[in-house]
Design a protein around this ligand. Structure first.
Ligand SMILES: NC(=O)c1ccc[n+]([C@@H]2O[C@H](COP(=O)([O-])OP(=O)(O)OC[C@H]3O[C@@H](n4cnc5c(N)ncnc54)[C@H](OP(=O)(O)O)[C@@H]3O)[C@@H](O)[C@H]2O)c1
Length: 395
């Protein structure tokens, strides 16, 4: 630890709210903050069900407030923190309200799935900087989120490692982008024969080769829906049509993504796979501060390999491209259906290979809206989830 002694005191102290502090991204954000206590102050922590961890985090980081979104756990958290000055609230509405509080400067949006949309919008309307991990927010409501970002001067800084890589590659650039190349690890089934996909269990799918993440994003990585959602996320973040966003499988996850410019030059961002790097960059931007992440040793690196993705094995990637091309509420519908399908797979109700079937069948039955309002987005998500649940029930 001493070897990588932190030098963060060049930054003015930044005040952070973490939506979803008990998740994988939330915990890693707090890990970054714990190395840079002189640079970052925690203002707000939120959890859904993990009251014990929220209490532990609150006692360690002494935020101004905490929110337990599952209202049934309010008394437990309230009693545990009664001897402190920390204010305790319940319900997801409180999470959005407090993320927009005066003292907060940066909101780390790290809830999972559609649950992150409302509180992120509430924070944007108060002009906060959004460090965005929750890609489903942009997938479901990309045009609305982009407009809000402009209207309320609420910049979005990507936390997803691929999008952070692109964001880093674009620093100092004024030239047009010709193409973005999003790298994908390919997940645990890259080398499996398609005939064996029938047998995939949740345990197989939860064993990601390179990243330790929450269950939903890990399953999304295994189906490659994660990369599909990331294509849509990149299209909104960098204002590009999806045809200028290419996915390349890169099993070592060392090249985090690349940008190709109109003169044929390519810029890539590389590093050891560690989510704390993009999280920290989003918090310290535009500065870089030290981090004790493992360093790349190019001499020791055996190989860096790249392959085209196999759309037959991983139809979710094609489904996501198609949904963005269709536009309107189609990306929201696939994201909503995917949440239900992933849960059903994790609970043993459907097979891995049925996940794309649930999503495709759902999208055919959902009402298409070409220019959705926010109300339409909430309606689409509910409709997609209801239809997907019916399809799962009939399987
Ligand atoms: N993990 C990664 O490395 C990674 C990388 C890139 C992008 N992302 C994206 O970042 C987001 C978070 O991923 P994660 O892996 O950190 O997920 P995770 O480990 O499952 O954590 C999700 C967090 O959201 C909270 N939450 C879940 N449902 C909620 C609800 N209905 N209302 C309010 N809060 C709720 C959870 O609370 P409890 O735990 O207390 O129930 C937890 O704090 C996802 O959108 C994912 O795609 C993750």
């Amino acid at each position: 630890m001493e070897k990588w002694k932190m030098k963060s005191n060049s930054l003015n102290k930044r005040h952070i709210a973490i939506l979803g502090s008990t998740g994988s991204i939330g915990k890693q954000t707090l890990d970054v903050i714990s190395y840079h206590r002189d640079a970052f102050e925690v203002e707000l922590l939120t959890a859904n069900n993990n009251a014990d961890l929220l209490i532990e985090q609150a006692l360690k980081f002494t935020p101004n407030s905490v929110v337990i979104c599952n209202t049934e756990l309010y008394e437990k958290v309230k009693n545990a923190l009664a001897h402190t000055d920390i204010k305790v609230f319940a319900g997801v509405e409180s999470a959005g309200e407090l993320a927009g509080a005066e003292d907060v400067q940066i909101v780390v949006a790290a809830m999972v799935g559609f649950s992150g949309l409302k509180p992120t919008i509430a924070a944007m309307k108060r002009g906060k900087i959004i460090a965005l991990a929750n890609k489903e927010t942009l997938v479901a409501a990309g045009s609305i989120i982009s407009s809000l970002s402009q209207q309320y001067n609420a910049p979005i800084i990507p936390v997803d490692s691929e999008h952070s890589a692109i964001f880093q590659c674009l620093q100092g650039e004024r030239t047009r982008i010709e193409k973005i190349i999003l790298t994908a690890s390919g997940g645990p089934f890259r080398n499996w024969d398609i005939s064996d996909f029938e047998k995939i269990t949740p345990k197989n799918a939860l064993a990601h080769p390179n990243w330790d993440m929450g269950a939903k994003v890990t399953i999304d990585s295994a189906t490659m829906m994660n990369k599909g959602l990331e294509v849509i996320e990149a299209a909104w973040l960098f204002n590009l049509p999806v045809d200028q966003i290419e996915v390349i499988v890169h099993p070592q996850s060392v090249v985090h993504s690349m940008v190709q410019f109109t003169d044929g030059s390519l810029k890539a961002q590389l590093g050891y796979p560690d989510m704390r790097v993009p999280i920290q960059f989003a918090l310290s931007y535009p500065d870089r501060i030290e981090l004790n992440t493992q360093r790349l040793d190019f001499v020791q690196l055996k190989e860096l390999t790249f392959f085209a993705p196999d759309m037959k094995k991983f139809p979710c990637l094609r489904i996501a491209y198609d949904a963005f091309r269709k536009g309107g509420n189609a990306p929201c519908a696939i994201s909503g259906a995917n949440e239900i399908a992933v849960n059903a797979f994790l609970n043993g109700k459907i097979k891995f290979i049925q996940i794309p079937q649930v999503i495709e069948n759902t999208i055919q039955k959902c009402t298409f809206v070409s220019a959705p309002t926010l109300d339409d987005i909430f309606e689409t998500n509910s409709q997609a989830q209801r239809i997907a649940a019916e399809i799962v029930g009939a399987m």
